[in-house]
Design a protein around this ligand. Structure first.
Ligand SMILES: Cc1cc2nc3c(=O)[nH]c(=O)nc-3n(C[C@H](O)[C@H](O)[C@H](O)COP(=O)(O)OP(=O)(O)OC[C@H]3O[C@@H](n4cnc5c(N)ncnc54)[C@H](O)[C@@H]3O)c2cc1C
Ligand code: FES
Length: 311
């Protein structure tokens, strides 16, 4: 049986056991969110031995070379020594600078990091509560636009992080983990093409940053923003409509959460970015393909969530 070592502890585990389960089962508190390689909350650094990694492409090669692995994707196949990610040492301190509720369920959170963070529109970051709950949240702010980082948090339902977010006060501290890239981004080469930004709920957060980046880069093609949300939950309606008033090429389309999408007909040249709840993003993607949009012109990201499984 292989041996697992963390700090001063050393114990035997069944060959092939999932690394996250082996750590948490022995009382080593490693947080997790998705267990699917998306959220990166389960990062650990391997300093001796090599686990079998089922999803090596989930981390950049520079991070893998430094020993970082996603524990939820690894199996223990030989003696292994790991160091869990420590937000106090590895993360960046940040202070809550503003909190507001643009709709009953969405918390707009602004934090000022202790040192500037390099990021691009469409990226996300791990937020750590002071008691060690980590969840990924998309950056809604535009780099270089303001000293704060902005996040839009869906707080309608109970949840480990949502419960803590509701209780936050200005001046409270959070830790920021690494900045992570997903499929969402703005490419200046899209300048003349129709740009469709399609969101459900707080899936609008990264697309709000992408939209303003496109306008900042003087995007020439028509832009359509579709936001699907429950009545009263179109939390950026006023800001979107104000932008549309000053940018004639921008069309804002606000719909219910289960609205029919059959009228959406992007041109063959369009670029579409979709983000939000998995079922809604799947429905949007299906509609885009049925309407003839080539697959490589659709970029989707989902807020995949399995039931709470965190420490
Ligand atoms: C790349 C990425 C980017 C993301 N960006 C954003 C973003 O910008 N904004 C955003 O709002 N979210 C975002 N998410 C989702 C976010 O990370 C959290 O997963 C989500 O907010 C829920 O976290 P939580 O800790 O509050 O819920 P968890 O404790 O992880 O629970 C998950 C879900 O289980 C259900 N649940 C948990 N406990 C209970 C209970 N007692 N009763 C009933 N149901 C329960 C709830 O539906 C809850 O939402 C993103 C996710 C990913 C992967
Ligand atoms: S990536 Fe491992 S729990 Fe999300």
């Amino acid at each position: 049986m292989p041996e697992l070592a963390v700090g001063g502890q050393r114990w035997q585990v069944a060959a092939g056991v999932n690394l996250l389960d082996a750590l948490n089962g022995h009382g080593v508190a490693v947080p997790s969110g998705c267990r699917a390689g998306h959220c990166h909350s389960c990062r650990v650094r391997c300093i001796g031995g090599e686990p079998h990694d089922q999803l090596p492409q989930a981390l950049p090669s520079s991070e893998r070379a430094a020993g970082w692995r996603l524990a939820c994707q690894c199996r223990v196949v030989e003696d292994l020594e790991v160091v869990p990610y420590d937000p106090r040492a590895d993360g960046i301190d940040a202070q809550v600078s503003a909190l507001s509720w643009p709709s009953p369920c969405v918390l707009r959170l602004r934090v000022i990091p202790a040192r500037p963070l390099r990021y691009q529109p469409g990226q996300h970051v791990l937020l750590w509560s002071e008691d060690g709950i980590a969840r990924p949240y998309s950056l809604a702010s535009l780099p270089g636009d303001a000293p704060w980082l902005e996040f839009h948090l869906q707080c309608a339902r109970p949840g480990a992080f949502a419960d803590r977010a509701r209780a936050l006060q200005v001046g409270d501290r959070l830790r920021l983990g690494e900045v992570l890239s997903g499929p969402l981004h703005y490419d200046p080469a899209w300048e003349a093409r129709p740009l469709w930004l399609l969101a459900s709920g707080t899936g609008l957060a990264p697309l709000w940053a992408v939209l303003r980046e496109a306008l900042r880069q003087n995007h020439q093609g028509p832009i359509r923003v579709l936001h699907m949300a429950a009545p009263g939950e179109h939390y950026l309606a006023a800001e979107l409509q104000a932008l549309a008033a000053s940018h004639p090429a921008l069309v804002v389309d606000l719909r219910g959460p289960d609205a029919d999408l059959g009228d959406l007909r992007p041109s063959r040249q369009a670029i579409a970015l979709a983000c939000g709840a998995p079922t809604r993003v799947e429905a949007i993607a299906r509609r885009m393909f049925m309407a003839g949009l080539p697959r490589n012109q659709l970029f989707t990201d989902t807020f995949d969530k399995k039931p709470a499984d965190s420490v």
